[in-house]
Design a protein around this ligand. Structure first.
Ligand code: HEC
Length: 441
């Protein structure tokens, strides 16, 4: 009898634990969704679950939007974004083959245009910024002057080059907002699957073979430069909203450099975070939960026949070589997650990540170590032999080595590459949905 009672009590305990776990999961999802939608121009009450950790001052100093949903909203929360919310990137457009030392000199001079050129030859031209007093006027004036140097309408970056008053040439590139539906599934695809696909493409279709990043793990961002959803969400918090958040083992994702009157925030480790770890995890969990788009077939038999015929020609003419219908758990993805060179007209100065250089010893008057280009293991090459890599070395007679990342100076194949964007949900993605919305109106 006593045993029976114990069993019943134990059963109740297990059930209530399971119910609690379910409840906390759904609480976390609700919090994640609220954080995704939260308009950070209106600070929440101190006792709200949306309030940041103590002392975190939130949004900015530079930001591209006040919430995630401001850009990711077409066809529902988490969707693609319209072109007027494109992220803009200004790059120093140095001529091909600019020597390393000149590149450095130019970059340090360009800091007068934007302090971000201290770290990179590409800086995000944020849409908004607040000064120390909280006003957005100062940055708005600065930005307008800089932005007005470039064509107002959308153009390939290669057609936007302008020489500024400082005598240097700059370009403007844009990135449109992709839909986040199904990114949780994309995150689960095994890198080994992507590696196998890269090898198969290289062997069977060398003319269109793509290149993988991070040994098959790179899959987010237009250049496949980020390998996990968790990491991209943290990057987005910092880069799009200017929130200081923790970044895995690497410490902290910092906010962008303030271009108006010196850094507005201290970069010391004691600067408070703007989102707690619990909040970031809830935001990641929410993005991960956004459902993958499903193909909806028409009801009538005749229409379905047409779609079947379309699918057959899609395969026959070779679209499916890069547009793999299924990849691991991502059924209906229609992407290989590989980078393909889109030609020099669509190049911009933000290079896709290249495999790390290998080092080898070479015999010369003075024995020195020189990085050499090596193709990624198993990855395909570029069509047209565009595999010249700007990763170079300036080797002085005294074995000094300066490594130059591909983004510095030269226009290489890595600046022409784009990741095959998934086709699922394409009918609801920008810019098609914008057209469709107009047509439907
Ligand atoms: C100003 C518009 C804008 C805002 C605001 C914004 N994003 Fe994005 N998002 C983009 C753009 C543009 C890209 C593509 C970036 C790239 O390729 O480098 C992107 C890409 C992403 C990706 C990668 C998707 C993929 O498949 O490659 C994730 C995840 C993401 N954003 C999450 C977020 C989250 C979470 C927030 C809020 C913290 C946010 N974004 C705020 C514009 C925005």
């Amino acid at each position: 009898m006593a045993l029976d009672r114990a069993a019943v009590l134990l059963g109740c305990l297990v059930l209530s634990l399971a119910a609690n776990a379910e409840e906390s999961k759904s609480d976390r999802m609700t919090l994640g969704r609220q954080l995704f939608e939260q308009n950070r121009l209106r600070p929440p009450a101190d006792d709200s679950p949306l309030a940041g950790p103590r002392l975190g001052d939130g949004l900015g100093p530079l930001f591209n939007g006040a919430s995630c949903v401001e850009c990711h909203h077409m066809a529902g929360i988490g969707g693609a974004g319209p072109n007027d919310h494109n992220v803009e990137i200004v790059s120093l457009a140095l001529p091909l083959g600019t020597p390393a030392e000149t590149t450095r000199l130019m970059a340090s001079r360009a800091q007068a245009t934007h302090p971000g050129f201290f770290e990179s030859l590409n800086v995000s031209l944020h849409r908004f910024g607040r000064d120390r007093a909280g006003s957005m006027r100062t940055y708005d004036d600065y930005r307008r002057r800089l932005r007005d140097m470039f064509p107002a309408e959308l153009r390939p970056a290669t057609e936007t080059g302008q020489t500024f008053g400082d005598g240097m040439r700059y370009q403007l590139a844009q990135r449109s907002t992709p839909a986040l539906f199904g990114t949780g599934l994309i995150d689960q695809i095994k890198p080994s699957l992507v590696r196998a696909l890269a090898v198969a493409q290289r062997d069977n279709h060398p003319e269109v073979a793509g290149r993988m990043t991070d040994a098959g793990a790179g899959r987010f961002g237009w250049r496949g430069h980020v390998s996990s959803l968790d990491d991209f969400v943290r990057t987005a918090c910092a880069a799009e909203l200017g929130l200081r958040v923790r970044s895995g083992a690497k410490g902290v994702h910092d906010q962008p450099a303030w271009p108006v009157d010196g850094p507005i925030k201290s970069k010391t480790a004691r600067t408070p975070l703007d989102m707690s770890e619990k909040q970031v995890e809830a935001l990641v969990a929410f993005v991960r939960s956004l459902p993958a788009p499903q193909q909806v077939l028409p009801a009538s038999f005749e229409d379905r026949v047409g779609i079947d015929a379309g699918r057959e020609s899609f395969e026959d003419i070779g679209c499916a070589v890069c547009r793999q219908p299924d990849l691991g758990p991502a059924n209906g993805l229609y992407s290989d997650l590989l980078l393909h060179s889109m030609g020099s007209r669509l190049a911009d100065r933000v290079a896709a990540p290249m495999p790390p250089p290998r080092f080898r010893r070479v015999q010369s008057l003075h024995t020195s170590v020189v990085p050499i280009r090596t193709p990624s293991t198993g990855g395909g090459g570029y069509s047209g032999g565009g595999s010249t890599l700007s990763l170079g070395a300036v080797v002085s007679p005294t074995t000094q080595i300066i490594e130059i990342p591909p983004s510095l100076g030269e226009l290489t194949a890595a600046t022409e590459e784009f990741r095959t964007p998934p086709l699922w949900g394409v009918a609801d993605s920008a810019p098609l949905s914008a057209r469709r919305a107009r047509r439907d109106a």
